[in-house]
Design a protein around this ligand. Structure first.
Ligand SMILES: NC(=O)C1=CN([C@@H]2O[C@H](COP(=O)(O)OP(=O)(O)OC[C@H]3O[C@@H](n4cnc5c(N)ncnc54)[C@H](O)[C@@H]3O)[C@@H](O)[C@H]2O)C=CC1
Ligand SMILES: O=C(O)C(=O)COP(=O)(O)O
Length: 608
C-alpha cells in the first residue's frame, strides 16, 4: 500500500534518532525530511534574523536556552522522546480552558490532538510567546487558524500518519454496522440469543458513496472495492485521474447521496461543510441508506440525523465523531438502537499514534529551529529545493527593505512598496512569496513593534494598509541562477537622503547576491557595491580628491572599523555616493564631523 511506505521508512530512522540524540543539536532528528517532501532550513523565514527585534524560535522568551513545549493530550513515546531531546516538555493532560490559558504564555510550542480547543483567547493569553501549534493528527478545526496567523504563530499538523488507521476504522464500522456486531455483542452479553433480530445486509454489490475523496476517503474506497462494493465518490477538488486509477467514478453531490446504499464521510469540517447533512440532504437519500462518519461530527446536523433514523430514511448510522465530544450522556443519537458509536477512535491504533507523534514532533522541532514545515497549515508551502535556492535572496530582500525604510523622512508613512525582481527565469519558475514576506518584515519591523514572519506577513501588510507590488524584469541568459537582482522602491514618500531618490522620485535601492552574501549595488541612481553587513553610512558629496580619506580618518580616529567602502558617481567631478560599511555604530560626534566635512552634502547612518 502506497501510504504505508513512508511510515515504515520513518519509524526505524526516527527511533534511532530518539535513542541517540545528537548532543550538538537536533539536526540529526529530522531524517524524514529527506525522505518525504520536506522543506529546507530557512532561518529568517520564521524568525531567526540577526536583529534583536526578531524572536528566534529556538530561544525561550524567558531569555534563551531550550524552548518549552506544552503537550496537552497523550502523544506516542517516540515523538515525546524526540521533543525531549530538543526542548523542555511539559505534558499536562486534561487542562481546563483556564489552565491552558495560564500555561500558554510560558511555552514556545503547544502540541494538541482533537480534544484541545486552541481558541483566539489561547493565542491572546500566549502574549506573543507561542510560536508553533502542532496538531498531532489531521483535522485542525479545533485550532483558530485566523487567530494563529494574526499572532504570527505557525500551525503544523501531521496529515499522513493516521490515514490508514482512519480508513480501517471506517471499514470496521461499515462491516460491523451491516452485520449488527455491536448490538449483537451487547445482546449476547446480556444473556440473549437473538439470531433473527440481528439479520444484517450484505456488502457485495452495494454502492458506497465516499464523500471527500482525499487521503482517508481514497483508502476507504480501495478497501471497499476489495469487499466487492461499487464505489462512487464526490469531492469538488479531487483529481479525476486519481479516482479513475482506483476505479472510482467522481459524481455530483446529489448523485452520490441519492444512489448510494452506504455513504462514508471523509471531508474536513469547514464553514462550507458544516451541517452539510441536514433534513434537506437526508430527504434526497435512498430510503434505508446507511451512513458512516469518521470525519467530523459537525458535518452532520445531528438532530436531522435522528429524525432521519426515526422515520427510516436512514436505516443505520455508525459514528466515530460528534458535534460535541464527548457527547452528552443522554444523547438520543448515541443511545439509538440503529446507531453504532465509537469515541473518536479513528486515529487510535498503536502504529498510527507512534507515527503521528513522530510526524508532529519533527514538524514542531523544525519550526522551532526556524525551518519551514512541510505540513504548515497557515503559511505558504514552498518546496525544499526552492527554499534552499532562494535563501540568500531571502536575506537580501529583508536587508534591502530594512535599509530602504530607514531612508524615509519621518512622517512620510510608507504605503506602497514596489519590488522588482530581475531574473532569467520565467515567472512561473520563480516563487517569490517568501521574498515578499521578507520585504514586509524588513519594512514593518524597524518602524513598529510588530513581529513579522512568513505566517503573518500578508496579514500584517494588509492590516497596515501596506501594498507590496511585485514586478518582474526578464533577462536573457541561462536560468541557473534564480535572480540577478532585487530592487525595492518606496513610492510617494520623502527621503531623508536625497541621493537615494531615483529619477522617478522613488526611494530606490538594489541588491545582488555575491558569493552567497547580500550586497547593496544601487542607491537611487548611484552604483555602489558594499556587503550588507553590520552598519552602513551613506554620504553624498561632490566627487573630488580627499573626501574618502577625510571621512575614513574621522572614523579611524573614533575607533570605528571600516569593513567596506564603495563610491559611485554620476561622472567625474559630479555627484557621488560613498557607501561605508562599519562594524560599530559611530558616536554622534563622529557622525557630526562627517556631516561637517566640506564637500559632504548629506549623509545617513543605517543599521542593517
Ligand atoms: N476520526 C478520526 O480519528 C479521524 C478523522 N479524520 C478526519 O477525516 C477527514 C479527512 O481526512 P484526510 O482524508 O486525511 O484529509 P484530506 O485533506 O486528505 O481529504 C479531505 C478531502 O475532502 C475534500 N472536500 C473538501 N470539501 C468537500 C466537500 N464539500 N465535499 C466533498 N469533499 C470535500 C477535499 O477536497 C479533500 O480531498 C478530516 O476531517 C479529518 O479530520 C482523519 C483522521 C482520523
Ligand atoms: O487526525 C484527525 O483528524 C483525528 O480526528 C484524530 O484525532 P485524535 O488525534 O485522535 O484526537
Amino acid at each position: 500500500m502506497a501510504l504505508a511506505t513512508p511510515l515504515r521508512r520513518l519509524l526505524p530512522v526516527a527511533a534511532a534518532a530518539a535513542t541517540a540524540p545528537d548532543p550538538a543539536g537536533p539536526s540529526s532528528l529530522n531524517p524524514r525530511r529527506a525522505l518525504s517532501l520536506r522543506y529546507g532550513r530557512l532561518r529568517s523565514s520564521l524568525a531567526a534574523s540577526p536583529e534583536p527585534r526578531s524572536r528566534p524560535l529556538t530561544a525561550s522568551a524567558a531569555g534563551g536556552g531550550r524552548p518549552t513545549v506544552l503537550v496537552t493530550e497523550k502523544l506516542g513515546t517516540a515523538g515525546l522522546d524526540l521533543l525531549r531531546a530538543f526542548a523542555n516538555v511539559d505534558c499536562s493532560y486534561e487542562l481546563t480552558a483556564e489552565e491552558l490559558r495560564a500555561k500558554v504564555s510560558l511555552v514556545d510550542a503547544l502540541v494538541v490532538r482533537s480534544g484541545t480547543q486552541v481558541t483566539r483567547e489561547v493565542f491572546e493569553a500566549a502574549r506573543g510567546r507561542l510560536r508553533v501549534v502542532g496538531r498531532a493528527g489531521v483535522g485542525i478545526d479545533n485550532v483558530d487558524l485566523q487567530a494563529a496567523t494574526e499572532a504570527g504563530c505557525l500551525v503544523v499538523n501531521a496529515p499522513t500518519a493516521n490515514t490508514v488507521a482512519a480508513a480501517e476504522h471506517a471499514v470496521a464500522l461499515l462491516a460491523s454496522m451491516a452485520r449488527n456486531v455491536a448490538q449483537a455483542d451487547a445482546s449476547l452479553k446480556a444473556g440473549k440469543w437473538q439470531r433473527n433480530k440481528y439479520i444484517g445486509v450484505t456488502l457485495v454489490g452495494k454502492t458506497l458513496a465516499v464523500l471527500g475523496f482525499g487521503k482517508v476517503g481514497s483508502e476507504v474506497a480501495r478497501r471497499a472495492k476489495g469487499l466487492g462494493m461499487d464505489i462512487i465518490a464526490h469531492d469538488p477538488y479531487a483529481p479525476v485521474d486519481r479516482a479513475r486509477a482506483i476505479g472510482v467514478d467522481l459524481v455530483s453531490f446529489d448523485e452520490a447521496i441519492s444512489t448510494a446504499d452506504f455513504i462514508s464521510l471523509h471531508m474536513p469540517l469547514t464553514p462550507s461543510t458544516e451541517k452539510l447533512f441536514n433534513d434537506e440532504t437526508f430527504a434526497k437519500m435512498k430510503k434505508g441508506v446507511r451512513i458512516i462518519n469518521v470525519a467530523r461530527g459537525g458535518v452532520v446536523d445531528e438532530e436531522a440525523l435522528l429524525r432521519a433514523l426515526d422515520n427510516g430514511t436512514v436505516a443505520q448510522a455508525a459514528l466515530d465523531v460528534f458535534t460535541e465530544e464527548p457527547p452528552p450522556r443522554d444523547s438520543k443519537l448515541v443511545q439509538h438502537e440503529n446507531v453504532t458509536v465509537t469515541p473518536h477512535l479513528g486515529a487510535s491504533t498503536t502504529e498510527a499514534q507512534e507515527g503521528v507523534a513522530i510526524e508532529i514532533a519533527e514538524a514542531v522541532i523544525g519550526a522551532l529551529r526556524g525551518d519551514l514545515a512541510a505540513t504548515a497549515v497557515n503559511a505558504p508551502m514552498v518546496p525544499a529545493e526552492v527554499l534552499s535556492e532562494l535563501s540568500p535572496y531571502v536575506v537580501l530582500a529583508e536587508k534591502l527593505s530594512r535599509l530602504v525604510v530607514q531612508l524615509v523622512a519621518g512622517g512620510s508613512g510608507v504605503k506602497v512598496v514596489k519590488v522588482v525582481y530581475s531574473s532569467t527565469r520565467d515567472p512561473d519558475d520563480l516563487d517569490t512569496r517568501i521574498l515578499r514576506a521578507m520585504v514586509t518584515k524588513g519594512i514593518v519591523e524597524p518602524i513598529s513593534s510588530a513581529f513579522v514572519n512568513i505566517v503573518n506577513a500578508d496579514y500584517v501588510a494588509k492590516q497596515r494598509g501596506l501594498r507590496i507590488i511585485e514586478e518582474r524584469i526578464l533577462l536573457d541568459g541561462s536560468p541557473e541562477i534564480p535572480l540577478d537582482s532585487i530592487q525595492v522602491h518606496l513610492t510617494n514618500v520623502e527621503s531623508k537622503f536625497g541621493g537615494a531618490l531615483s529619477d522617478a522620485g522613488d526611494i530606490r535601492v538594489e541588491g545582488k547576491v555575491k558569493d552567497g552574501s547580500p550586497h547593496l549595488t544601487l542607491v537611487g541612481s548611484f552604483s555602489v557595491d558594499v556587503s550588507l553587513e553590520g552598519n552602513l553610512i551613506l554620504c553624498r558629496q561632490v566627487d573630488q580628491p580627499g573626501v574618502i580619506g577625510k571621512v575614513g580618518s574621522i572614523l579611524g580616529n573614533m575607533n570605528v572599523n571600516v569593513s567596506f567602502m564603495s563610491v559611485g558617481r554620476t561622472a567625474r567631478g559630479k555627484q557621488a555616493i560613498m557607501a561605508i560599511g562599519v562594524d560599530e555604530e559611530p558616536e554622534k560626534e563622529a557622525l557630526k564631523l562627517i556631516g561637517d566635512t566640506s564637500s559632504v552634502e548629506e549623509f545617513v547612518f543605517l543599521k542593517l
